[in-house]
Unconditional design. Structure first.
Length: 734
């Protein structure tokens, strides 16, 4: 039996690893596609440092490592990166959690600009970008507000692709791939092509993903007694494409791209209301129902159009040696559909611009000065809308500086941001005698500062320290939500509301909060040691994040039913049959503010045991507590994993396992989650086809077919992880 999380991490911190990293063996003597951390460039930082030059912890997933991790969701793609977990809302709506923080605290970018979907509003909403088309994914752990605003107080995930072509090329190159996954009957086709004539460059990518409901071991319900066989409403039907065009001269690059994403995806945890009402249907009738594809399932229908524009001036003679401009416009729409009828439609129309210049050295200091503007018009329409329409805009100025002094690299940063949120108050108009609710426009000013140092102990090893003071303005959903969130089976109340205590008749009432919500203020310290040698690569990090006015969703112990609020215990005492209230009585989650402490450790080691054998290990743990000593809800448990690789001239094999500890450090009204171990294996075979590389691969996931539930998931009690999976496929680089 494994020890408790802290002793587990302490005993294994020097053998900690990235479970699913893959190396590449070629048809010539091994030249594996390793990503040496001293060479990896962080594109989301305008100073373009390498990983070893960054005072804040950064992970970059690229090459074969990225290929081996690709999953239908961004959260699942990154879930084995140290410090990163997944919200897991089924196979399509899973977002990354960084050091216990997610949602509006983790910004998801595409080529440095916000993806501008609805995934920061609720865990059931899709991150509208496709990992299969990425060239690399950058994970900035810890506050990144200096560059990306208050929405990045917990970290940043930047998906980098070639949709804005700037690299001069005279030949056509690209990648085509296909895979099939047995657990969900997934078929994924992906194409990436780049070309040009040294002045004009072009890019095209496309993908198509089709899956059925995925298979699970045991019952979907945590207390179920019968095998479910599969998880209802876990299918995906998604496709998309991007086309980009670029032009280059001696000191100017211009590029433009258009991308479109269409997706129908199941929303797990919800079954058709009538599916159990008529149990005497004959088998023929049952078969006919299943032939009508997804007609009676609960699913989302998403469409997004995204335009991106780039202008880069470089090798300039003035004060600024480089001036760069980025712009994105996104038109996002998704509907939640049940029984063929639309319940809620979410729209998000967003515009973002970033302009920055890199200045010449001033007394050894080099840096960038920039401006950032965003405008977002969000709405949720329909009977099941839980948050009002809102318009948000922000404008910011930022400065980032660094200076080399002997073995030390000093880094300083500053950002000032002004943001405004206006809501449509007609959302709160009711026909009963409830008190009037009206909100004026909210305005926030946020100041963020950072100071860090990177000490080069030797050529391939660094010790870094970074302090960041960051401020975050609450999002519109955190402030103004007031309604049933069907996908999460909760009634959500924003921080702009409060619940009055029960009167003599036992009635509770929702009223406008007389205390204005405050900004979050984070004071974060990171200490990181990194080494990149011939026989070992390792990263060890520790962090402490003290957050004032931390805004979080807390289960109130009350339930909303038929327009009334009850104590959950009262419903149980009334002796109502479960089916009388299970569809309408939903727990009320209220956004509250309280000081919080979040701290933890992360470790990752890659040992080259010999020319053929390589051992990877990783471990992480995050603790999160409120100032009153209570635990924050949905914090991922401690974790440790390993992967043993064997590499030959023509093939590569891997066997790995990840252990997730039991999570019993839980919040009030939260339930514990059992620990589990997932065993995985992979095999790649490399073939030279006319100087093009063909890779045939097979992967096995959850080989022991274990039941596993994600503690951070809102639907952990009704949606376990997939069972045993065998993936086969091929990809060709040309």
């Amino acid at each position: 039996m494994l020890p408790q999380p802290y002793s587990l991490l302490a005993s294994t911190i020097f053998i900690a690893l990235s479970v699913s990293n893959q190396a590449i063996a070629q048809t010539k003597p091994i030249q594996k596609d390793e990503q040496d951390i001293e060479k990896l460039v962080i594109t989301s930082n305008p100073l373009n440092p390498t990983v070893l030059e960054s005072a804040t912890p950064v992970s970059i997933i690229a090459g074969d490592d990225l290929e081996s991790r690709i999953a239908p969701t961004l959260g699942e793609t990154l879930k084995n990166v140290p410090g990163v977990h997944s919200t897991y809302f089924g196979p399509v709506s899973s977002s990354p959690i960084i050091r216990g923080l997610d949602g509006p605290r983790v910004k998801v970018l595409q080529n440095g600009l916000d993806v501008s979907d609805a995934s920061r509003v609720g865990p059931d909403h899709v991150v509208s970008t496709e990992s299969a088309n990425a060239t690399q994914i950058e994970v900035l752990r810890g506050p990144a507000t200096l560059l990306y605003g208050s929405g990045a107080i917990g970290g940043v995930v930047n998906i980098v692709d070639n949709r804005l072509p700037t690299q001069r090329r005279e030949e056509i190159d690209g990648k085509v791939s296909y895979l099939h996954d047995s657990v969900s009957s997934e078929d994924l086709f992906n194409l990436n092509v780049d070309g040009g004539n040294n002045t004009v460059m072009w890019h095209f990518d496309a993908f198509d993903r089709q899956t059925e409901n995925y298979k699970i071991p045991g019952s979907a319900e945590i207390d179920g007694t019968e095998d479910s066989g599969e998880l209802d409403n876990s299918f995906i039907d998604a496709s998309g494409f991007t086309a980009g065009l670029g032009w280059a001269s001696d000191n100017l690059n211009v590029a433009f791209s258009f991308g479109q994403l269409d997706s129908d995806y199941g929303i797990p945890g919800h079954s058709h209301h009538d599916e159990h009402e008529e149990e005497d249907h004959d088998e023929d009738e049952h078969e006919e129902e299943h032939d009508e594809e997804h007609e009676e399932e609960v699913f989302g229908r998403l469409k997004q159009d995204r335009y991106q524009f780039l202008v880069d001036f470089h090798d300039l003679d003035g004060f600024f040696t480089e001036i760069k401009f980025r712009n994105a416009y996104t038109d996002y729409n998704h509907s939640e559909i049940e029984d063929g009828e639309i319940g809620t439609t979410f729209t998000n129309e967003s515009f973002e611009s970033r302009l920055w210049g890199k200045h010449r050295s001033i007394n050894g200091w080099e840096g960038v000065l920039g401006l950032n503007y965003t405008n977002t018009d969000f709405s949720a329409l329909g009977e099941e809308a839980f948050t009002p329409a809102s318009e948000s805009d922000s404008a910011a100025i930022f400065l980032l500086e660094e200076k080399h002094s002997g073995a030390f690299l000093w880094q300083l940063g500053f950002r000032y941001e002004k943001s405004n949120i206006a809501v449509d108050n007609s959302f709160y108009i009711t026909e009963d005698d409830a008190p009037d609710i009206f909100f004026e426009e909210e305005s926030f000013s946020s100041l963020s500062l950072s100071a860090g140092v990177v000490w080069s102990i030797r050529d391939n090893a660094t010790l870094s320290f970074n302090y960041a003071r960051s401020e975050r303005a609450p999002s519109a959903a955190e402030l103004f939500s007031n309604g049933l969130h069907i996908a999460t089976s909760t009634y959500e109340l924003g921080a702009a509301f409060e619940i009055e205590p029960a009167d003599e008749a036992g009635e509770y009432q929702i009223v406008q909060n007389t205390h204005a919500p405050e900004k979050e203020i984070s004071n974060n310290i990171d200490i990181t040691y990194q080494v990149s040698g011939k026989s070992v690569e390792a990263t060890f990090s520790m962090f402490y994040n003290q957050i004032d006015n931390y805004l979080f969703q807390q289960n109130t112990g009350l339930v909303a039913e038929d327009g009334h609020i009850h104590n959950e215990d009262e419903i149980e005492e009334e002796g109502l049959e479960e089916h009388d209230h299970e569809e309408t009585a939903l727990p009320i989650y209220l956004f509250r503010q309280q000081n919080a402490d979040i701290y933890g450790l992360e470790a990752e080691v890659d040992w080259h045991l010999s020319k053929q054998f390589r051992l990877e290990t990783f471990a992480d743990i995050t603790k999160a507590e409120l100032s009153n000593g209570e635990n924050l809800p949905r914090i991922p448990p401690a974790r440790i994993g390993f992967g043993l690789h064997f590499e030959s001239d023509y093939w590569h094999a891997e066997l790995g396992a990840t252990y997730n500890a039991k999570q019993d450090n839980i919040a009030e009204y939260e339930t514990e989650t059992a620990g589990y171990t997932l065993v995985n294996a992979a095999f790649n075979y490399y073939i030279d086809v006319s100087d093009n590389e063909l890779v045939l691969f097979v992967r096995g996931n959850n080989l022991l077919d274990k039941e596993a539930r994600v503690h951070a998931s809102f639907i952990k009690d009704t949606a376990p992880l997939p069972g045993r999976s065998i993936v086969v496929g091929a990809r060709m680089h040309f």
